[in-house]
Structure formats: structure tokens, C-alpha cells
Design a protein around this ligand. Structure first.
Ligand SMILES: Cc1cc2nc3c(=O)[nH]c(=O)nc-3n(C[C@H](O)[C@H](O)[C@H](O)COP(=O)(O)OP(=O)(O)OC[C@H]3O[C@@H](n4cnc5c(N)ncnc54)[C@H](O)[C@@H]3O)c2cc1C
Length: 384
């Protein structure tokens, strides 16, 4: 485990002089990335402090769909997505929302996105994802071995559902060029077979794909268990501390928070999700990170699917979760290219993730799981 800390200086030494092994490390951001990083650093022997502006999992790590699906994790920019995006702009019901306004940053992002929507760029990025995707589930196994509360559910099969065979065949063509999906294996299903796997689906479900070897988590429960596991390793998690600046003096880094208080560490990890650029830009990270905001809500129902169900055409994700021990269905979707902290847009909100008619889990009530904000979780993965 000690190797975890040694690997960082070796990688950096290509461009910089070797760094001494850091003893104290600050991790800014208490989401999935920040806490998982803190966990590894603490196991490697560092004294770790997590500084989180609100509370653990205040960002996208709370409200997401919880899929661990490396077999279908591919770069978003591709020729079909560009065509889809252009068509979507005119459709009020589209899950994609691009605000019409003179925002130079957004225009720069969209221009770059469009430039990368080529088969060549897609293949190059897919090849770059491949080793990460191949290691992803092992990394979750490593977490679960140390803390049983971090076990994940098997999504076998991970079910993709379509209203027509033509829609399914288009998705099959995409899967066939995704190395991970090929390795995981999948089956082509008709409507009856889809309903045999998830009887809660209606007759509108006419075709499907069963993707094997994938997993899912209940995000709020997982994040709470991850925070416990991190604290058990001696990590201090300071909530309500918004870091406003990160400065280095060659020896140490000085972090300042909103109250002006300064703290010194040997090293810092910035894991602030969609807010990455706020602190990282000053340190040479010029990659444009555009929030692709998504939304989720959680409903009670008579018949909750027993595993994740994805409606690719509508871009709607459904995942079984538990709220206060009771089974619920989380419905997630949308991609809005807006700033992470912008308020809910009344123009965009009617588009938000409505389960398609094929999904009739017999929902009896729509239960917003936290004080009115469960629908609004910014997704910081606009470049996915
Ligand atoms: C609707 C939706 C569905 C999704 N579904 C999936 C899915 O099924 N599978 C999947 O793999 N991914 C999914 N994602 C993406 C996934 O949620 C994110 O990639 C992931 O949660 C990012 O984690 P993070 O730790 O980088 O960011 P975050 O969870 O956003 O955490 C960043 C944290 O940093 C804190 N912070 C920000 N600025 C500061 C500061 N200056 N000082 C201190 N703290 C700060 C924030 O409060 C926040 O808690 C989904 C996203 C959304 C929105």
C-alpha cells in the first residue's frame, strides 16, 4: 500500500524534480473522488484532512444514478452525438439543454466539443479510457475488502430498454465498437424477455439489451459508508470549510478558507468536481471543465425494478435505492450545459428526467429525498 504514495512522485518526475514523500495532505472536496483519494492516501501512511465546503457528498456524488458500468463508459463526443445535439436544441422535451446566451466560456467548450465529434477522436479517447475502465471494478473491490459497507450490488444484467427494435439495433452498433462491452458480453432481448427480467416494465418495452458484469451502488448509502471508512483510518473531515485559494511556497502549500484562516500541508489534492477550475487554474490546469448538469428524483412505487434500467433513447437512468430502509426508484437524467451553481432554470425544468412510458413501476408518490433539492444535483462530467 505504501506504493500508492511513491507512485505519485515517480509520475511527476518526468517533468519536475522528485518530490519528497508528503506527510500531511489536504484533500479539497468531500465527494466520491475526494474521499476515495483520502482513503488511499491514509492507507499509504499520510496524515490526511478533507476540507469540504458544505458536507460530505454535497455535490454530484449524492444524487447520481449509482452505476458502475465500465463496459458502457465511453467518450461523449462522437458524430452521432453532434447530430443528436443539434436536433435536440429545437425539441423542448430533449434531455439536452444548452442555454442560448453569449457565454464565451460555454461557446469555447461547445466549439471544442464539436471539433472532437469525429470517429478518430472517439477511437483515440476510447483507447485512453480502456485501461481505466479495466481497473475500475477491481478498485471498488479493494475498497469493499477493507470496509464491508462498501460492497456493491451486481447489475447482472444491466438492462437497456427500447421502444423499438430499430432503436435497439442502433445501440447495439455502438456497443459493438466499445471494447469493454464486447468483453463483458451482452444478449439481445425482445419485449417479453425484457419483461421477464423486470416485470415492472410495460408493453411499451419492445426490445432490450442485457449487459453483463456491471454493478451499481446506492449513492447516499455508499458515500456515508465511505466517509465512515475514511474516518476510521484517522482522516479528519472538516465540513463547512470552503477553500478559496491554494498557494505553494516551494516547500508546502497554504490553503485559505472563506474566513481567511490559513492551513499548511505538504501536498494538496483538489477534488472539487465541477468547481475544479476555481482552484486549479492558477496551478497550470487549463483544461476547460464544463458542468453537464443532471437531475435525479426518487419515487416510491408498488413494483420497483430489482436492478438498474436504462432508457438510452430518452437518456433516462433508473436505479433501485433505499430510503429509510424502504425500496425506492431513483430516476436520473438530463444534461444541461450551465454553471454548477446556477438556480433551476424554469425553461429547462419541464424537460427534466421523466421516466418514459415503458417504465411503469407503479409509482404512487414522488418523494423528494432531501429538503426539496433532490432534483438538482449538478453533474460535473460534461466531458464524459
Ligand atoms: C444525475 C446524475 C447522474 C449520474 N450518474 C452517474 C452514474 O450512474 N455513474 C457514474 O459513474 N457517474 C454518474 N454521474 C457522475 C458522478 O456523479 C460524478 O462523476 C461524481 O460524483 C464526481 O465526483 P466528485 O467527487 O468529482 O465531485 P462532487 O461529488 O461534485 O464533489 C465535489 C465536492 O467538492 C466540494 N467543493 C467544491 N468546491 C469546494 C471548495 N472550494 N472548497 C471545499 N469544497 C469544495 C463540493 O461541495 C462537493 O462536495 C452522475 C451525475 C449526475 C448529476
Amino acid at each position: 500500500m505504501d506504493d500508492h504514495l511513491r507512485r505519485v512522485p515517480r509520475a511527476m518526475s518526468r517533468r519536475h524534480a522528485p518530490h519528497p514523500r508528503p506527510r500531511s495532505v489536504a484533500v479539497v472536496g468531500g465527494g466520491m473522488v475526494g474521499l476515495a483519494t483520502a482513503w488511499h492516501l491514509a492507507r499509504g501512511g499520510a496524515t490526511v484532512t478533507v476540507l469540504e465546503s458544505r458536507h460530505v457528498a454535497a455535490g454530484a456524488s449524492w444524487g447520481n444514478a449509482g452505476w458502475l458500468t465500465p463496459a458502457k463508459t465511453t467518450p461523449l463526443p462522437e458524430p452521432a452525438v453532434l447530430r443528436y445535439g443539434l436536433r435536440s436544441l429545437a425539441r423542448p422535451s430533449s434531455p439536452l439543454y444548452v442555454p442560448v446566451r453569449a457565454d464565451p466560456r460555454l461557446l469555447r467548450f461547445l466549439a471544442g466539443f464539436a471539433r472532437h465529434c469525429t470517429d478518430r477522436a472517439w477511437a483515440r479517447a476510447t483507447a485512453a479510457y480502456a485501461p481505466v475502465n479495466a481497473a475500475a471494478l477491481d478498485a471498488f473491490d479493494e475498497l469493499a475488502q477493507q470496509a464491508p459497507g462498501l460492497a456493491q450490488d451486481s447489475a447482472d444484467p444491466f438492462l437497456m430498454v427500447f421502444r423499438s427494435v430499430a432503436e435497439r439495433d442502433a445501440a447495439l452498433a455502438d456497443l459493438s465498437r466499445t471494447p469493454g462491452a464486447h468483453a463483458a458480453g451482452h444478449e439481445v432481448l425482445d419485449g417479453d424477455e425484457v419483461r421477464r427480467i423486470q416485470p415492472s416494465l410495460s408493453q411499451e418495452a419492445r426490445a432490450g439489451i442485457a449487459l453483463h458484469g456491471q454493478r451499481y451502488i446506492d449513492p447516499p448509502a455508499f458515500m456515508s459508508a465511505l466517509a465512515d471508512a475514511v474516518r476510521a483510518l484517522g482522516v479528519e473531515i472538516s465540513e463547512g470549510v470552503a477553500v478559496t485559494s491554494v498557494r505553494g511556497d516551494g516547500e508546502q502549500v497554504l490553503l485559505t478558507d472563506g474566513t481567511g484562516e490559513g492551513r499548511r500541508f505538504d501536498a494538496v489534492v483538489i477534488a472539487t468536481g465541477a468547481h475544479l477550475a476555481d482552484l486549479a487554474r492558477a496551478h497550470g490546469v487549463h483544461r476547460l471543465v464544463q458542468a453537464g448538469r443532471g437531475y435525479s428524483f426518487t419515487v416510491a412505487g408498488e413494483q420497483i425494478p430489482t436492478g438498474p434500467v436504462y432508457f438510452p433513447t430518452q437518456r433516462v437512468a433508473c436505479t433501485p435505492v433505499r430510503v429509510a430502509g424502504q425500496p425506492r426508484l431513483r430516476v436520473a437524467g438530463m444534461m444541461e450545459f450551465r454553471r454548477p451553481d446556477e438556480p433551476l432554470d424554469p425553461v429547462a425544468s419541464p424537460r427534466s428526467s421523466q421516466p418514459p412510458a415503458a417504465c411503469t413501476p407503479g409509482s404512487t408518490s414522488r418523494t423528494v429525498t432531501t429538503s426539496g433539492s433532490a432534483r438538482a444535483r449538478a453533474r460535473p462530467t460534461g466531458c464524459r
